[in-house]
Ligand binder design. Structure first.
Ligand code: ADP
Length: 660
């Protein structure tokens, strides 16, 4: 179970990891695309700036080369012809503010602006440059400086060589810084942090867009890591990433070296700006990851809870099972459980103790070995059985067992569960009782049969005395003889009743399925005379057919109806109503009358033998055995009988049950 729970968590973690992986992949690929697109765009802008710068510098270069070609060093400073040439040529190049020829020691010998001729600019960087790079032949673009005319300019200088290639002068033109700033302004990237810079070959900033309050123009970028990295590539163009030289923010920059002038163009934007568009996607992906993770966790938790619930339920079931097994084991009854194939699955400890047979030995068909061979039939069926169990001491024990079907919660039959109690002692008692009853009944029968003989003798001798003495008998003696004969007759009736009582069950017709309607009809038939005399009526519902002795049933109805007639209220014709109601496992039959009723105090007494509630001559007399016979009949059929009466003169209801 723990392993399953662990597996669930592993699956959940895998799901979460997958979600994170996919989100990361999505973000990384989007960032990659965005970055690649930005790099391409920045580089394209750098190319545009490069092309325009290149074009301008080529035209400046051509201007200075043309001026050099026309230069004659033997001309005096400020020569008018050359001056005219310079001013004319300069008109074709609007970016060139002045064109000046500077000697190697820094004297201006010719200039489009005559006021400059004769002035010394020995400190200018281009002079230093060409002195330190004597072989340099290309245009040198210097840093922005304040010119002699007190304006910020950028000098572009070209070496002038004599025929032998020796440096003779420097051709210089002053360029307005706007030349570069216009180009960079036009190509500014769309990001808010977008920036473009152009530096000369000394890495001094010539122009930067956007312009800021604290203008960086003139600052050197020689030591900026991004630039060093670009130079280290040895390539004309590269993309670098790192802290920006001006604002220190991490920037992605497209750097291009403009050959052959050595200018470097940098077009950049901060990484944050470039990657900002992926922020909503990042938030969305994170949300999805959180959602998936929460879902996975909730799912595992739910399964966990469900499993836990199942485990608890199973634990409870196991506990309950253990408990009931213990109860079964400790029960003083014998318990066995059979499967639907008739194989024993379980016997309890009482079984093992009584038989000496272990559970393993009893399982399957093993249990049959401790059942008396004559009693084995039927024990695999549902119902009640008595059988003999072979005990551990070798003796037999009588067991009364009740076997009930065992069903699973769906109602499918799974076998049976039988519970048995040791009835050996009860059975011995019963056998003894049956034997003594039989003996007693036999004795009563014989005794009563034999007792009638002396009674008959008394009767006949009394008759003989009467006849012999004839008229000699005094009235008193006749009365005595009449008493003696009456006593003998009553004794005879009592003996006959007793005989009838003793015959019940013993000499009754065997039990069979009989129709009670027929029995009732017979009883009514036998009571025909009494009924007519008393104008009695008997009404009955449809009575059932059940397993009983027909003789006994006729006698039962006969006695009850006879009593109903006998104990009627004076002047009120007896009305007898017979009803039958079905109960669980039995029929309840009632015989109601409108007679004198019975006091509650005598409800039990009237069923005892020879118990009467009236004097001998009241209600036509009787021996007080009729209801005892009814009781014996009903009980010998497995039922019971009782009486109910609202009170004197309110009728009685005799009820009895018989198994259905
Ligand atoms: P017996 O009728 O011979 O006296 P029973 O055993 O039949 O004997 O009845 C016992 C007594 O129960 C009767 O003496 C009578 O008092 C009373 N008894 C029986 N049946 C009825 C009845 N239907 N109504 C009133 N009393 C009854």
């Amino acid at each position: 179970m723990l392993a399953t729970r662990g597996t669930d968590w592993i699956w959940a973690l895998i799901l979460m990891a997958l979600a994170v992986l996919m989100a990361t992949w999505d973000i990384v690929s989007m960032a990659g695309n965005r970055r690649a697109e930005a790099e391409e765009r920045l580089d394209a802008l750098a190319r545009v700036v490069e092309a325009r710068t290149n074009h301008t510098l080529q035209s400046i270069n051509a201007l200075l080369r043309d001026a050099d070609a026309e230069l004659d060093m033997s001309l005096p400073p400020g020569d008018q012809t050359y001056h005219r040439y310079l001013t004319t040529r300069a008109r074709f190049e609007p970016h060139a503010l002045t064109i000046t020829v500077v000697t190697l020691d820094g004297n201006i010998v010719h200039s489009t602006n005559p006021v400059l001729v004769g002035q010394n600019v020995g400190e200018r960087s281009y002079l230093r440059y060409f002195q330190t790079h004597p072989q340099a032949n290309d245009l040198f673009v210097a840093e922005p400086v304040i010119s002699l005319l007190q304006r910020t300019v950028i000098f572009a200088a070209l070496p002038s060589r004599d025929d032998s290639g020796k440096l003779r002068a420097i051709m210089v033109t002053a360029l307005a810084p706007s030349l570069f700033s216009d180009i960079v302004e036009a190509a500014l990237p769309s990001e808010p942090s977008g920036a473009i810079s152009v530096t000369n070959s000394d890495h001094t900033i010539l122009a930067r867009a956007p312009s800021t309050d604290n203008s960086p123009i003139g600052r050197s970028l020689a030591k900026v890591p991004l630039r060093l990295a670009h130079l280290a590539t040895g390539k004309a163009a590269s993309i670098q990433e790192g802290p920006g030289a001006i604002d220190g923010m991490t920037r992605i920059i497209a750097l291009r070296t403009v050959a052959p002038w050595g200018l470097i163009i940098g077009v950049s934007a901060t990484r944050d700006d470039i990657l900002r568009p992926i922020l909503p996607r990042l938030i969305g992906d994170t949300f999805i990851v959180i959602l998936i993770s929460a879902f996975a966790i909730a799912l595992v938790r739910m399964r966990d809870n469900r499993k836990r619930g199942r485990e608890i339920a199973q634990e409870q079931v196991a506990k309950a099972r253990d408990y009931y097994m213990q109860v079964l084991d400790e029960m003083p009854t014998l318990v066995r459980r059979m499967d639907d194939a008739g194989q024993c699955q379980y016997v309890n400890a009482t079984w093992s103790t009584m038989t000496g047979q272990s559970l393993a030995e009893a399982q399957g068909q093993g249990w049959l070995s401790v059942i008396h061979p004559e009693d084995r039939a039927n024990l695999g069926n549902v119902g009640e059985h008595d059988y003999r169990l072979v005990c551990i001491d070798g003796g037999d024990a009588w067991i009364h067992e009740v076997a009930r079907p065992l069903r699973d919660p769906d109602g499918t039959l799974m076998g049976l569960l039988a519970s048995g109690i040791d009835i050996t002692e009860a059975r011995h008692f019963q056998e003894k009782l049956q034997q003594s009853n039989a003996e007693l009944e036999q004795f009563a029968y014989v005794a009563s049969h034999d007792m009638r003989e002396p009674l008959r003798m008394i009767n006949s001798y009394m008759g003989l005395i009467e006849r012999r003495m004839g008229t000699d008998l005094s009235t008193e003696i006749k009365e005595f003889i009449a008493f003696a004969r009456d006593g003998a007759e009553r004794m005879d009736r009592l003996i006959q009743d007793l005989l009838q009582y003793s015959r019940i069950g013993r000499l009754s017709a065997p039990k069979a399925m009989i129709d009670l309607n027929v029995c009732l009809a017979k009883a009514q038939n036998m009571l025909g005379l009494a009924m007519t005399e008393q104008s009695a009526t008997v009404s009955a519902c449809e009575l059932p057919t059940l397993f009983a002795s027909s003789d006994d049933m006729v006698r039962l109805f006969q006695n009850l109806i006879a009593n109903a007639i006998k104990y009627h209220q004076p002047g009120l014709p007896p009305r007898v109503v017979i009803d039958a109601r079905r109960q669980t496992g039995a029929w309840c039959i009632s015989v109601s009358d409108n007679g004198i009723g019975i006091s509650r105090d005598f409800f039990d007494r009237i069923f005892r033998i020879f118990q009467r509630l009236h004097g001998r001559d009241e209600h036509g007399g009787g021996s007080g055995i009729g209801l005892s016979i009814c009781k014996k009949i009903v009980e010998s059929h497995g039922g019971h009988i009782w009486v109910d009466s609202p009170g004197p003169n309110q009728g009685s209801v005799f009820c009895f049950t018989l198994p259905a």
